[in-house]
Design a protein around this ligand. Structure first.
Ligand code: SF4
Length: 717
C-alpha cells in the first residue's frame, strides 16, 4: 500500500478494550511518533503508558516475514496450497469437526468475519473459538440470559454522569487506565461522586475509592445476591420498572434471600457493617454504574456473578438511563468486534444464534454457503482438550499465543505438539506457540493493517495503516481468503479490500433484521472504499450514516441521551421474545474450596505496563522499567507463616505445575490469597510461565476459565 509519510494517520490503540484513538506519524527519517487523538470519543487525547510507548514496539526484530513450512522458508503459494489441501483432506477423511480455528481479540473485525465465515458456513463446523473466551465470555452469557442478546447497556459517558461507581474485580487504574483517568477527572469536578472498589487486593485503583471492600475470592455472587435481598427488605426497589420491563423477579428475590446478612458476611469475608454501608449507598444513589471486569468474568461462577449484578440494576430500574447500568469492560482491543461477527464457538455472525434454525438458515442463505454449523462448537478449553484427545486433526491458530496464555499451559503445549497439522499465522517468528507450527504464515502487525475494532462501549473505530508491511507479511483477512479460495470457495471469498468485508458484515447485520436483534450496522452495507477510509468512530446500533458527535465531558450531560437510552427503550423492548428483561435466580455458594496441600488462592492478572505475553510490550525498555521481573504479592502474615522474606525467590506450586518468582510482601494483599501477573514467559524469565499453574476449570455456562482462583502453595526456593 501507499503510505503518505507526511500525514498524521488516525488509528486506534491495539491494547485494551478502552479503544483509544491514536494519531501516528512517520517522520522523513522513518521515526514513528504517536499521540492521543483529541477527537476520539474514547480518550479525547489521553493515552496511558502502554499507548504512549507504541512507537517503541514496532521494530522489525523477531518478525516473521516469510511463510515457512517445517522451518523452511517458502513462498505464499506453496504454504497456502498445503494449508488448503490438508484442511480439505482432513474434512474428507474425518469430517468438518476435525478442524479447529483458535483466533484472537487482537484480530480486526474483518479478519474475524472471514475466519468465522469460512469455518461456520463453508467448512461447516463451529469449531472456531477465541482467546476472548478467557476475557469476557461470562459477560456475553450473562447479557444473553438477562437481555436476550449480548448488548452492553452502558457507555463511557455514563461513568462521568454517575453519582456512584461500583468497580468489581477491576484494577481499572492499570488495566483500563484512560477510563480510570476519565472517572478521576469527573470526580474532581464533582467531588460528591462516590467510588466503591470491590477487590481482594488494595490496588492502585483504590486511590479514587471512597470505600474498598476486600472481598474473599469469588465472594461476588454472595455480595450481589445479598444486595438484592437487602434492596427488597428495605423497600428500595423500582416496582414500576420491574413490572413493566422484567420477568422473574419473585424467583430471583427468593433465591437471593437464602443467605441472611451474617451469611453474606461469612461468604464474602466482609463485616456486616461494611455490607450495610455499601448496600445503603447503593440503595440511596439513583445514578449508579457497576463496572466489572476479569475478577467477575474469570471465575467458575462468572456468569452467575454477572447476572447477580444485572439483577440489582434491573430491580432498581438503573439501566438504559444516563449515569446508570451494569457495564462490562473488555480486556482486549477487539473482543467486542469478535462477538459482532460470531467469532466464538457458541455464536453465529451478527449476534445470531447457532441453536436457532431460523438464524442458521438466514446466515447460510446470505452467504450462499454450502453448509452451516449445525451445533455449538468447542470452546477454548474444550478445543485444546479435543486436540490432546486426537479429535482435532488440523488446527489453525491466529494472532495468539496459547502455549503461554491458556490455563494448564503445559498440557496445551503438549496437545499442540502432538497435533498432526498446526498452522500459525502471527507477527513474530519466535513465540512459544509458533515454534510448534508445521506451517507459519507471516501476518501484518499494528500500524501495517487496515480494518475496524469495537471497544467496550460498542464503538466501532478504524485502525489504519501508516507503515509498509515488511517482507511478505499479509493481512490476516487476506490469508483466510486465500486459503478459502484454494479450498474451492473462491466465489464467496473474492474480497480484495477490508472495506468490502466490512460492507458485507454490515449488510448481514441488517439482513432481515426487524429490530429483534441488537447488533445492526446495516446502514453501512456495501460501503465504498472512500467512505470506509474516512469512517469516523460510531456506536451500534447505528441508525444513520451521519457521524455521531459524542459529547466531551466539559459539555455536561445530555438532556436525553442517544444510544444507551434508545437501545433499551426503542419499541419499549429488550431482545427477548416478550421484550422483557429476565431476572436470573441465583443462590450464593458457601463452598470455600480449601485444599490443605495448596492453602493459598492465586489471583492472576495484569500489571500497568505490560500486555498479555509481552510479545509487543517486551520490546520497549521503558515499559519494562516499571516492573522488571515476575513477582507474587503475599500478605505479611502469610509470608511469615510460610517462612518467606521480602524479595526472596519463591516457588509457587499447584496441581498443574510450578513457577519461580520474587516475593513482594505487602498488606495490600488479602490474607489467604496471593496475586501474580500473567505476562512473563520463559523467554523473559526462566520458569516464569504463570499459566503452567492454572487449571482448566471453567464456568459451566460460559466456558470461561477460572483464572483468578487457583489453589497453590508457596515456599522459599
Ligand atoms: Fe491503549 Fe487502553 Fe491505554 Fe487507551 S487505555 S492507550 S486503549 S492501553
Amino acid at each position: 500500500m501507499e503510505i503518505d509519510a507526511a500525514r498524521e494517520v488516525r488509528t486506534t490503540c491495539p491494547y485494551c478494550g478502552v479503544g483509544c484513538g491514536v494519531l501516528a506519524k512517520v517522520a522523513a527519517d522513518g521515526q514513528v511518533s504517536v499521540r492521543g487523538d483529541p477527537d476520539h470519543p474514547a480518550n479525547f487525547g489521553r493515552l496511558c503508558s502502554k499507548g504512549s510507548a507504541l512507537a517503541e514496539t514496532i521494530g522489525l526484530d523477531g518478525r516473521l516475514v516469510h511463510p515457512e513450512i517445517h522451518d523452511r522458508r517458502t513462498g505464499w503459494n506453496e504454504a497456502l496450497d498445503l494449508v488448503a489441501s490438508t484442511f480439505s483432506q482432513t474434512i474428507a477423511e474425518h469430517g468438518p469437526d476435525a478442524i479447529a480455528f483458535y483466533v484472537s481479540g487482537q484480530l480486526l473485525t474483518e479478519d474475524y468475519y472471514l475466519a468465522n465465515k469460512l469455518m461456520k458456513g463453508f467448512i461447516g463446523s463451529a469449531n472456531i473459538d477465541t482467546n476472548s473466551r478467557l476475557c469476557m465470555a461470562s459477560s456475553v452469557a450473562g447479557h444473553r440470559r438477562a437481555f436476550g442478546a449480548d448488548t452492553v447497556p452502558g457507555t463511557y459517558e455514563d461513568l462521568e454522569l454517575a453519582d456512584l461507581i461500583v468497580l468489581v474485580g477491576s484494577n481499572l487504574a492499570w488495566c483500563h487506565p484512560v477510563l480510570y483517568q476519565r472517572i478521576a477527572a469527573a470526580r474532581e469536578k464533582r467531588p460528591e461522586m462516590k467510588v466503591v472498589l470491590i477487590d481482594p487486593r488494595r490496588t492502585m485503583t483504590s486511590d479514587i475509592a471512597d470505600m474498598h471492600l476486600a472481598i474473599a475470592p469469588d465472594g461476588d455472587v454472595a455480595l450481589f445476591t445479598g444486595l438484592l435481598a437487602w434492596l427488597g427488605q428495605h423497600n428500595a426497589l423500582d416496582r414500576a420498572y420491574i413490572t413493566a420491563h422484567t420477568t422473574g423477579f419473585g424467583q430471583a428475590l427468593f433465591a437471593a434471600s437464602a443467605l441472611d446478612l451474617a451469611g453474606v458476611a461469612a461468604a464474602t469475608g466482609l463485616s456486616e457493617d461494611e455490607l450495610s454501608r455499601f448496600y445503603s449507598l447503593f440503595a440511596a444513589t439513583a445514578r449508579t454504574v457497576t463496572v466489572y471486569s476479569q475478577g467477575v468474568n474469570q471465575s467458575s461462577s462468572g456468569t452467575d456473578k454477572v447476572n447477580a449484578i444485572i439483577n440489582c440494576h434491573l430491580a432498581t430500574g438503573r439501566i438504559g438511563k444516563p449515569g446508570t447500568g451494569p457495564f462490562s469492560v473488555t480486556g482486549q482491543p477487539n473482543a467486542m468486534g469478535g462477538r459482532e461477527v460470531g467469532g466464538m464457538a457458541n455464536m453465529l455472525a451478527a449476534h445470531m444464534e447457532i441453536d436457532d434454525p431460523g438464524h442458521r438458515e438466514r446466515v447460510q442463505r446470505f452467504w450462499s454457503a454450502p453448509a452451516i454449523a449445525g451445533k455449538l462448537g468447542l470452546k477454548a478449553v474444550e478445543m485444546f482438550q479435543a486436540v490432546a484427545g486426537g479429535r482435532i486433526k488440523a488446527l489453525w491458530i491466529m494472532a495468539t499465543n496459547p502455549v503461554d496464555s491458556m490455563p494448564d499451559a503445559d498440557a496445551v503445549e503438549a496437545a499442540i505438539k502432538a497435533c498432526p497439522f498446526v498452522v500459525v499465522s502471527d507477527v513474530l517468528a519466535g513465540t512459544d506457540t509458533i515454534r510448534h507450527a508445521h506451517v507459519r504464515l507471516p501476518a501484518t502487525a499494528w500500524g501495517e493493517k487496515d480494518g475496524t475494532v469495537t471497544n467496550s462501549e460498542r464503538r466501532i473505530s478504524r485502525q489504519r495503516a501508516f507503515l509498509a508491511a515488511p517482507g511478505e507479511a499479509r493481512p490476516d483477512w487476506w490469508i483466510v481468503a486465500e486459503v478459502a479460495r484454494r479450498m474451492g470457495f473462491g466465489e464467496a471469498f473474492g474480497h480484495v479490500t477490508p472495506a468490502e468485508i466490512f460492507g458485507e458484515h454490515a449488510a448481514l447485520s441488517g439482513f432481515e433484521n426487524d429490530g429483534a436483534r441488537d447488533f445492526d450496522i446495516g446502514i453501512y452495507a456495501g460501503i465504498d472504499g472512500e467512505e470506509y477510509e474516512a469512517l469516523a468512530p460510531f456506536q451500534w446500533p447505528a441508525s444513520s450514516r451521519a457521524a455521531q458527535s459524542p459529547r466531551r465531558p466539559e459539555q455536561g450531560a445530555r438532556a436525553v441521551r442517544g444510544s444507551s437510552t434508545t437501545r433499551f427503550f426503542a419499541n419499549g423492548n429488550f431482545y427477548t421474545s416478550d421484550g422483557k428483561a429476565r431476572f436470573i435466580p441465583i443462590r450464593a455458594s458457601t463452598d470455600t474450596r480449601t485444599n490443605p496441600d495448596f492453602p493459598l488462592i492465586l489471583n492472576t492478572g495484569r500489571i500497568r505496563d505490560h500486555w498479555h505475553t509481552m510479545t509487543r510490550t517486551g520490546k520497549s525498555a521503558r515499559l519494562s522499567q516499571h516492573i522488571a521481573e515476575p513477582f507474587v504479592e503475599i500478605h505479611p502474615a502469610d509470608a511469615q507463616h510460610h517462612g518467606i522474606g521480602d524479595a526472596d525467590i519463591v516457588r509457587i506450586s499447584s496441581t498443574r505445575g510450578e513457577v519461580l518468582v520474587r516475593a513482594l510482601i505487602t498488606p495490600r494483599q488479602r490474607r489467604g490469597s496471593v496475586f501474580a501477573p500473567m505476562h512473563w514467559t520463559d523467554q523473559f524469565a526462566a520458569r516464569g510461565r504463570l499459566d503452567t499453574l492454572t487449571a482448566p476449570l471453567v464456568d459451566p455456562v460460559s466456558g470461561q476459565p477460572a483464572l483468578k482462583h487457583v489453589a497453590v502453595r508457596i515456599e522459599k526456593f
